[in-house]
Design a binder for this molecule. Sequence first.
Ligand code: S3P
Length: 433
Amino acid sequence: MKITKAKVVKGKLRVPSDKSISHRSIIITALAEGTSIVKNFLKAGDTLTTIDVFRSLGIKIDEAEGLFFIHGKGLKGLTEPDDVLYMGNSGTTTRLTLGVLAGQPIFAVMTGDNSLRKRPMKRVLLPLKNMGANVDGRNKGDYLPIAIRGNSSLRGIEFFNEKASAQVKSALLLAGLNAKGKTIVIEPIMSRDHTERMLKAMGANIRTEFDEGGYRVYLDKTEKLNPVDINVPADPSSAAFFAAAAVIVPGSEILLEEVLINPTRDGFFRKLKEMGADIEYLNQREEAGEPVADISVKYTPHLKAVSVEKKEVPSMIDELPLLALIATQAEGETVIKGAEELRVKESDRIKAVVENLKRIGVEVEELPDGIIIKGKQKIKGGTIESYHDHRIAMGFSILGLISEEGIEIKDPECATISYPQFYEHLKQLVIFE
Ligand code: S3P
């Protein structure tokens, strides 16, 4: 796939639905007593993995007329799978499902693809073990394959979420539903809160609060979860690619419709505004307990360099590679720090950004926990390695739109993990030179 220089990016777009909320709309409703209905579920590689996994765990999931019906079987209703659960490329499916299985009276084994089998799991296994879970995996419990035998006498713990991982927080809260006593998660920097919002809407015994120490979640053993209807908004992490395209391609103007703007997720858009980008939230509203807006984005000729600090990282974690690419067009030097978590995503995203930028003629400096990007650089072009990482393939495709000789993307199909229509949408919105 070669992406060449664009003349302009124009139009309206409703990008695919939010990946994080779509995962949770299956995993959490599977634990409800009764049928939940999900509208606008994201049909992409990762979230279809979640559906397969929960079907293997005995949950009936039907699709009709664009709606998904999840027939929940209660807090301990899952059945033992008769084969290894395949988690594909999905860290969210793996870590949240581990939390669910910790308190179910069944045995399960999980594995995943080449990338997922390299990603750290001890961050979930250790606190789950402290809650009484019987779980172990390869490399002293850090890597898949992992085996888990549920324990019906889990106990709540207090957990300090130092890495601000929403997947770890969610796993512990889901385990906590079946645990004796309180499960408390303390976050010095708040991570995405979709699990807490959904659990509240379903009647869980959960409370959240903020103080000087940060954000805290308190969850008590819950008798039952009620089914819910969920309308999943558009994914800000997918919308980010087209917002970036409009900001850097001269003369562009687009409207991104129905985008989730939860403050734990919209850090990228706020950072672009700080860079001086012409971005506006229109028609702000609430849908299914989440804030949503239509986002208007226009070409911005004079972007300013910015710095990204540790406390800002969680709200833009998946968009940081893209932010680094846009920073090549800003005036001044952009410094991203405190983002070491990027090294343990679907690929080492710091390395992927730095090596690929160098390949296409851009000067960049790698830090252990971030990247320094010099601004106002010409993008010559060349071939980039996606490392089978959807966000790397899509990010560099966007940069191809301002490249002199075009950017060839290796393994572009990996975009289907979160955004199967990405290249189709690119063709619809971009007029090429
Ligand atoms: C996610 C949390 C984040 C994020 C991932 C999705 C989630 O990961 O990077 O794409 O849905 O909870 P961490 O929890 O590892 O930070």
